[in-house]
Write a protein that binds this ligand. Structure first.
Ligand SMILES: *Cc1c(COP(=O)(O)O)cnc(C)c1O
Length: 375
């Protein structure tokens, strides 16, 4: 078994115009954040989302921080965030001096539960951040209705969901603004990178101002506000533009892989395959199943056994309320806790072969069965 090739959980694919465009940056010496690729990538990414504006950044976490900062989130404010998410969603709120207030998840798509959002609103709530987790779109109709009533902003964290669609359109256009990541394991990559999309021209201006150290666009080296250097390099944007040329095929291949997983795992005892919620036309960032196990210890034994078979998998995100900086030992988030303890993400990237999926499924079924006998 050990002579077999390691199957990685994620891997970027750089088979298009990436090297040609990067070479152009080197040849022309435009390697910092000025240059044609930044503008071209912003225009192309906005068009892909169907948004009026895209403002690209140096990573997805700074994109989230920039979005909140541009909306005026600051000390004393609260932002409602799902407890079941990647740490960047909560940290971006903390960077603003505001407080992330956690809410539970809905059980189908693992996204923010609107009913719990409603319960968590206070006079200090400034915004809500639905996260399109693992490529499932959050229930945006319900969340937008609650946000409109409470007069708070909606920031989509779409880091894992490029190309997914809700009932009202593509992610990136479903709130006041949306944040994306182009990290190496995401649906498209720039190495490190991010973007904020919006249909609000004034907000787009504010995003650009704060991204570029707060420099007045009419007066060079004049800084009316404290901004940040969150700019993307022309090299990263060159990679992003090439990645985007092929994104429809990449998403289609991910859907094929998910369908292959579904076929092989659908009727296996003790394994629950993912189901897209009715409001979500999902993309498959990481194909994530839930195991019929009593504890995360049992789930972790399956992960370790898969690793010994040279197949990389990973647990579903640990909820924020269990992390040391955000610990709430008394709090109760029953859906998120259960999803986190039993979930396992399987390899999902465009370079997997159909035979890889067969091998992964055979091993996960085997280890799941033996772990059931161990109880
Ligand atoms: C990847 C990710 C981010 C941030 O991305 P980086 O580019 O790694 O900074 C934010 N939120 C979620 C849900 C993510 O998965």
């Amino acid at each position: 078994m050990n002579d077999r090739r390691m199957i990685q959980i994620a891997a970027p694919e750089l088979s298009g115009n990436e090297s040609k465009y990067v070479q152009e940056c080197l040849d022309t010496t435009w390697i910092s954040s000025a240059g044609r690729f930044v503008k071209d990538f912003e225009a192309a990414f906005a068009a892909f989302c169907g948004a009026d504006h895209a403002v690209v950044t140096n990573n997805g976490t700074t994109a989230l921080h920039l979005a909140l900062a541009a909306l005026g989130v600051g000390p004393g404010d609260e932002v409602i965030v799902p407890t079941l998410t990647y740490i960047a969603s909560a940290n971006a709120v903390t960077y603003c001096g505001a407080t992330p207030v956690f809410a539970d998840s809905e059980p189908i798509g693992m996204t923010l539960d609107p009913a719990d959002v409603q319960r968590k609103i206070t006079p200090r709530t400034k915004a809500v951040m639905p996260v399109h987790l693992y490529g499932n779109v959050a229930d945006m109709d319900s969340i937008n209705a609650i946000a409109a009533e409470a007069e708070i902003a909606v920031v989509e964290d779409a880091a894992e969901a490029h190309g997914a669609r809700g009932r009202a359109g593509a992610v990136g256009t479903l709130g006041d603004c949306a944040s994306f990541s182009f990290f190496g394991n995401k649906i498209i990559t720039t190495g490190e990178g991010g973007a904020v999309t919006t249909n609000d021209a004034a907000l787009a201006d504010r995003l650009r101002l704060l991204r570029g150290q707060g420099m007045d666009p009419q007066r060079r080296y004049w800084f009316p506000v404290v901004g940040y250097n969150y700019r993307m390099t022309n090299i990263a944007a060159a990679i992003g533009l090439a990645q985007l040329e092929d994104i429809d095929r990449k998403i289609a291949r991910r859907r094929e892989l998910a369908a292959a997983y579904d076929r092989l795992l659908a009727d296996q005892p003790g394994i629950r395959i993912p189901v897209a919620p009715p409001w979500s036309e999902s993309v498959n960032w990481l194909y994530t199943v839930h195991l019929d196990v009593d504890s995360d210890g049992q789930r972790d034994r399956v992960i370790a056994a898969m690793a010994a078979d040279r197949i990389e998998t990973r647990p579903v995100f640990y909820p924020m309320h269990q992390m040391p900086p955000y610990s709430e030992p008394e709090a109760n988030y029953p859906v998120a806790d259960r999803l986190a303890a039993t979930g396992i993400s399987l390899p999902t990237h465009t370079q997997l072969r159909d035979t890889d999926i067969e091998r992964i499924c055979e091993r996960v079924v085997f280890h799941m069965t033996s772990s059931r006998y161990e109880r």
